[in-house]
Ligand binder design. Structure first.
Ligand code: CA
Length: 223
């Protein structure tokens, strides 16, 4: 069981992260200030720390420095505000393993998390398949019906979400938060639009509409 500590003081982002990570099977705990974040990180009970830099009490960078001073090797992914290159450099210098800029997409953050986790915790599959539909997560190449399909980054993230949950109904809200992030207008029809793009590219019958509930990848046998 992989345990992730979320050090973030903005309740909306904490909820988004906790919900998204738990849906992937991670166990989460939250710290809303730097002091608590450091105390929890030092318990040794966590496999990874998501660290907001602007924390009350003790700044994120101070938390990071305190951990590294104590030779704690816990992987740390820093969450930074958009465009603050200085924060990124400072964070990496202070011993962060990686960083994600806000606002971020859950899909991107999950990929960063997976790459930081120790191999025994990593349930990494490099190629996701459903029948003759496949996505190679390393080369970002998609294949459907025996041919290569050119997908945009968003289409790929959407296809990945479907392939990770074959046969399961995914709501518009789940797809929106996973592929577009928490800053996206929930009234937007972007999910419908991208499902249509994806159907045009991989075959309309692969993604079923479940009226009033969302969309579902139609399970197929190996083909
Ligand atoms: Ca903050």
């Amino acid at each position: 069981m992989t345990r992730i500590l979320i050090a973030e003081d903005e309740p909306r982002i904490v909820r988004f992260l906790a919900k998204g990570l738990q849906a992937q099977g991670y166990v989460t705990a939250c710290a809303a200030d730097g002091r608590q974040a450091l105390d929890l990180a030092l318990t040794g009970e966590f496999d990874l720390l998501l660290l907001d830099l602007g924390l009350p009490g003790l700044d994120g960078l101070d938390v990071l420095a305190a951990l590294r001073r104590r030779a704690v090797r816990l992987p740390v992914i820093v969450l930074t505000a958009r465009g603050s290159t200085e924060d990124v450099v400072t964070g990496l210098d202070a011993g962060a393993n990686d960083y994600v800029r806000k606002p971020f997409r859950l899909a991107e953050l999950l990929a960063r998390i997976r790459s930081q986790l120790r191999p025994e915790h990593r349930a990494e599959e490099f190629v996701l398949r459903n029948g003759d539909l496949s996505l190679d997560l390393r080369t970002r190449q998609a294949r459907a019906g025996g041919r290569t399909v050119d997908l945009s980054a968003r289409e790929f993230a959407l296809a990945e979400m479907f392939l990770r949950h074959p046969g399961q109904v995914l709501s518009r809200e789940q797809l929106l938060s996973h592929v577009w992030g928490y800053d996206f207008d929930p009234g937007s029809n972007v999910v419908e639009v991208y499902v249509r793009y994806l159907r045009n590219k991989i075959g309309a019958d692969r993604i079923a509409t479940v009226r009033g509930a969302g969309y579902r990848l139609v399970r197929r046998l190996e083909g």
